[in-house]
Write a protein that binds this ligand. Sequence first.
Ligand SMILES: *Cc1c(COP(=O)(O)O)cnc(C)c1O
Length: 391
Amino acid sequence: MLHIADLQSTVLPTSPPYPVPKLVPRVVPVTKSVLPSFEEYIAEIQALWETRWLTNNGSKHQQLERSLEDYLKVENVALFTNGHLALETAIEVLGLTGEVITTPFTFASTSHALIRKGLTPVYGDIRADNYTLDATKLERLITTKTSAILPVHVYGNVCDVEAIEEIAKRYGLKVIYDAAHSFGVTVNGRGIGTYGDVSMFSFHATKVFHTIEGGALTFNDPQLKERFNRMKNFGIVGPETVKEPGGNAKMNEFQAAMGICNLRHIDELLELRGRVRASYDRRLGKVEGIRLLSPQPGVQTNHSYYPIVFTNKVNRRDEVHDMLEREGIYSRKYFYPLVTDYDWNLNRFASRRTPTAQCIADRVLTLPLYPELSEEDVARICKVVQKGVMT
Ligand SMILES: *Cc1c(COP(=O)(O)O)cnc(C)c1O
């Protein structure tokens, strides 16, 4: 595979009268999309030239739905062209109204889906240990207008699923999980996508498993499948029958074919990610002033992200980010800013008091993590972090 560093050394002029280039450090991106071999993908899409069935629930689409039901250990999967539209469709089909309790510590998509569907997000604080919505602070946010809870299994960390279910039952609320980070995560062998009414997975190119762009809803109630299928295809149920004003959010056959290929290699990819994570853990475990993710009992994780949180009085997060960047290493302040601090959100909603979320957002840095990240690069990254946290 061609590295950016290789390109730079071939492109930069190296002999006089041109200036001799400085040694360019090898660039380490925060993530790198995985791809099957070119041949494997071509073989997977070849039949499409004969069938000419390119989208609308084709055979690749059907095959991927079945394979994902098995792999994710869920009852039902509905594929979508991306995770965000899957989430919007879930919100529509479950008929949410008024206020929805959610977390400000997430990617833009979670809150934007609510806003775009005319709902009011109400922000709860997060737990300091795993950064998911704090279930002990949920009840006080419930009003007569609340229709649902939309928690996020952030970084693949599992939310307090039991406590959330209990509260939802008691108040008659729906629960939709944003499981965009949680592909393949299980709790005591149970698929994460079986909790709540619906879970949304993202298969975006940067996620652990991807279909270039793509996403899915998983759910226990089989009756939801028909509604999801029609809402992602203009509400059409037959050649002369349109049941409701649906949109277009279908996954096409080329996306599904990419998913079929990537799913063949997923176990190996997860193992490689696990090795990178273990290497980070070994090197950073004893460094004072940073906190790592801690394993959750019974949870099989997917090593989707490697967030570290700076705990010293003087917060060195931004300096470490910049020090890494000077070495060609790209970390991300993920998730900073909080959704409540987005331009469109400023002063808009009452419930902005989420001190733990604020503290974590100010102090978190996610380090590069992808299957082919070398031991050598992990060592290099950890050295910079260690130096940065002390000085
Ligand atoms: C990636 C992501 C999404 C959106 O998924 P897309 O497939 O990119 O539309 C939603 N929520 C979270 C937390 C994400 O990380």
